[in-house]
Design a protein around this ligand. Structure first.
Ligand SMILES: [Mn+2]
Length: 320
C-alpha cells in the first residue's frame, strides 16, 4: 500500500494535464474523491478536468468546485488519468475515451472485484470509502486539506458509511474524519444537506416503498418494488430512490433487504443491503452487477415481476 501511494504521488507530481473520472450513477464518494483531487491538482498549478458521465446529483451540488465537473471532453491529450471509486472503465461511461488515451493511469478504489484498470492501483477493500484512500494519498504528498478539500472528502466518507453507522467504519475512518473536521469540515452540516434534505416526491416514493414492503416466510428477507407508475404518481426522479433500501433492511429480524425499481425505457435496477455478513455482492454478481459484501447492486431486463422473482430466488439460494 505504501509503495502504491508513493508511485501515485510521483505520477501526480510528474503530470501536467490530468483527467479524473467518476463512475456512472455517481454517489458522494466518487464525486467527493474526484473533486478533492481536482482542488489539490489545481492548487499545484496543473490542469485538472473532472468528468462524470451522469453529471452531479442534486444533493451534491453544494460541493465546492462541483461546477467544474463536465460529462465529457473532446481532448485526448491528458498525461495522467485518475479513476475514483471503480476499477472498471466500463463504469465510467463517456470518460472512457480520454481516460484510455492517457499514457499513465491511476485507480483509487475500495471495491475488490470491480475491474483491474490502472497501471498504478491504490486499492484497499478495508477502506470504508475511496475518500479515505484519497486522504492517505494527500498525506503521502505532504498536502494538508483546505476547507474545500476537507468538505469533499468528508462528504465521500459520510455517504459511504451512512454517517459513520455502517460496519465498514474502522478506527482509521474516524481518525481521518477527525482530521478533516480540524481542517474545517462539518459532518453534521453535510448530514443535513445530504440526508435530511429529501424532496417531497422522494418522501412520497419512500412511503410507497414501505407500504409495498414484503417479507419472506422466514422473515429474513424484506423487499419492495417501485414501478414506473409509482415514480410518475409521486413525481419522483431516479435519485429519489437513494437510501430507501436501508429502510427496507431496517425491518426487525431481516438479514437482506432488496429494492427493485424501474424507470420508463430503462432496465430494472436492484439495490441490495444485508447485515451479519450475508454477502449480497455474490447475488449482484450473478446478474452482472457488483459492490460490497453488505451493499451491492445490479440491473436486470424487464419485466419488473420477472426480475423480482429471479433476484429473490438468487437471494434465497445464497442464504441457504
Ligand atoms: Mn465508494
Amino acid at each position: 500500500m505504501k509503495a502504491d501511494l508513493q508511485r501515485a504521488a510521483e505520477a501526480i507530481r510528474q503530470a501536467n494535464r490530468v483527467v479524473l473520472a467518476s463512475h456512472i450513477n455517481p454517489d458522494g464518494d466518487t464525486i467527493g474523491s474526484s473533486l478533492a483531487l481536482t482542488h489539490v491538482l489545481r492548487q499545484m498549478g496543473k490542469v485538472a478536468v473532472p468528468l462524470s458521465h451522469h453529471g452531479v446529483p442534486e444533493i451534491y451540488r453544494w460541493l465546492p468546485g462541483q461546477e467544474w465537473i463536465v460529462r465529457s471532453v473532446e481532448e485526448r491529450d491528458f498525461d495522467l488519468a485518475i479513476i475514483c471509486d471503480t476499477g472498471s472503465v466500463e463504469r465510467i461511461g463517456e470518460a472512457r475515451g480520454p481516460v484510455e488515451a492517457a499514457p499513465v493511469s491511476l485507480c483509487i478504489d475500495h471495491h475488490v472485484t470491480e475491474g483491474s484498470f490502472g497501471q498504478i492501483r491504490v486499492v484497499n477493500a478495508k477502506a470504508a470509502a475511496t475518500g479515505e484512500l484519497v486522504y492517505a494519498l494527500l498525506t503521502e504528498m505532504g498536502v494538508t486539506p483546505d476547507r474545500a478539500v476537507a468538505d469533499c472528502l468528508m462528504c465521500a466518507i459520510i455517504t459511504d458509511t451512512g454517517v459513520f453507522r455502517f460496519p465498514n467504519v474502522t478506527p482509521q475512518t474516524l481518525r481521518i474524519a477527525a482530521e478533516l473536521m480540524e481542517c474545517g469540515a462539518s459532518p453534521s452540516e453535510i448530514n443535513e444537506i445530504v440526508f435530511e434534505n429529501r424532496s417531497l416526491a422522494g418522501l412520497k416514493l419512500l412511503g410507497r416503498a414501505l407500504e409495498a414492503l414484503q417479507l419472506s416466510a422466514d422473515g429474513q428477507i424484506a423487499w419492495s418494488v417501485l414501478s414506473e407508475q409509482d415514480f410518475l404518481e409521486c413525481g419522483a426522479a431516479p435519485e429519489d430512490t437513494e437510501g430507501i433500501v436501508n429502510h427496507v433492511r431496517a425491518a426487525r429480524g431481516v438479514q437482506v433487504g432488496v429494492l427493485l425499481h424501474q424507470l420508463p425505457g430503462k432496465r430494472v435496477r436492484v439495490n441490495l443491503r444485508s447485515r451479519n455478513g450475508y454477502d449480497v455482492r455474490r447475488v449482484a454478481e450473478a446478474f452482472g452487477g457488483g459492490g460490497h459484501t453488505l451493499a451491492a447492486g445490479c440491473s436486470l431486463d424487464p419485466p419488473l415481476n420477472e426480475a423480482e422473482s429471479k433476484v429473490l430466488a438468487e437471494v434465497k439460494r445464497w442464504m441457504a
